[in-house]
Design a protein around this ligand. Structure first.
Ligand code: ZN
Length: 299
């Protein structure tokens, strides 16, 4: 029922800070920070936020692809963000949300699936398995799990509305999807390219710092015709920036392998390994955690 709320009703709820849809429980500054921006033609992004600055945290970037017969969205932010996502979509189209692609299992990317209860949900088969273990999808909420899955590659729609889904192996988790909008030359990476910093390597969901560089290299080799990239959490950027993130991950793995090979302890590697000189515009907030994961994965 909730998805039938009209734009007017959602705006009124937002203004009055009362209502039944959870809108009023969100931080107004975080709501203001989640704006819709045109990426190219009929593709938009509802901006995400950093996982470090929790004050404005709404979850990851949401792709909004306006097709002939409806809207496909990629990821659904944290729980409770459905009304904001729908309001932002309503500022560019009246068409219904018919498809959700979840890039991976994390709650800041699948959290508001349930708000779009008429949409068909699609994800990699490992992501569905990971989601089945989440509290969000137990009991009756199991109906907001992916209805369709794939293993290596899947296409949705046709012509200008085609969306290509690719899985190239483990990295952030073991079920990450790369989404290509081929008519537009745009790639959406989810958290396989979340930010300019070390990745979060979620080994509890099959993630791997050993696999990350080669999985990213496989994506770079296997995807053609893209020049614009929608990352997981930061603003829209370029294919070259995505290639740089692959090099960063390869260099990080090399550096940790060298440190461990030289006999450094985990703690010494975590404090001593730095890529700052080669990547001065990268953050280093998440480097230590990534080094520890890689160190323990290495033989
Ligand atoms: Zn994630």
């Amino acid at each position: 029922m909730r998805r039938s709320i009209t734009l007017g009703a959602v705006v009124a709820v937002g203004v009055l800070s009362v209502g039944v849809n959870g809108f009023q429980q969100l931080d107004p500054d975080a709501v203001d920070a989640a704006v819709i921006e045109q990426v190219r033609d009929n593709l938009y992004v509802i901006t995400g936020s950093s996982t470090v600055d929790r004050s404005l945290f709404s979850g990851g970037n949401v792709g909004v692809f306006v097709m002939e017969d409806g809207v496909a969205i990629v990821d659904t932010k944290l729980p409770g963000w459905g009304p904001v996502i729908l309001e932002r979509i309503r500022s560019v189209t009246d068409k219904p949300v018919v498809t959700i692609v979840n890039t991976h299992t994390h709650g800041d990317h699948v959290g508001s699936n349930e708000f779009f209860d008429a949409a068909r949900i699609v994800a990699h088969e490992n992501t569905k398995a990971n989601m089945e273990r989440m509290d969000n999808f137990q009991g009756g909420n199991a109906r907001f799990l992916p209805a369709a899955t794939y293993s290596d590659r899947m296409s949705l729609g046709s012509g200008d509305d085609r969306i290509d889904l690719y899985h190239f192996g483990a990295g952030h988790t073991d079920g990450d999807t790369f989404i290509v909008y081929p008519a537009l030359g745009v790639l959406q990476t989810g958290d396989m390219f979340p930010w300019r910093d070390a990745p979060f390597l979620d080994t509890s969901n099959g993630g791997s710092g050993l696999a990350m560089p080669e999985t990213l290299a496989a994506a770079i080799a296997g995807i053609e015709g893209v020049d614009v990239v929608v990352p997981g959490h930061i603003p829209v950027t370029t294919w070259e920036s995505f290639q740089e993130f692959q090099r960063y991950n390869a260099d990080l793995l090399d550096a940790v392998r060298t440190a461990k090979g030289a006999g450094l302890s985990e703690d010494d590697a975590a404090s001593g390994v730095s890529l700052a000189s080669g990547y001065p515009h990268y953050d280093s907030t998440r480097v230590e955690a990534a080094i520890r994961v890689i160190y323990n994965e290495l033989p």
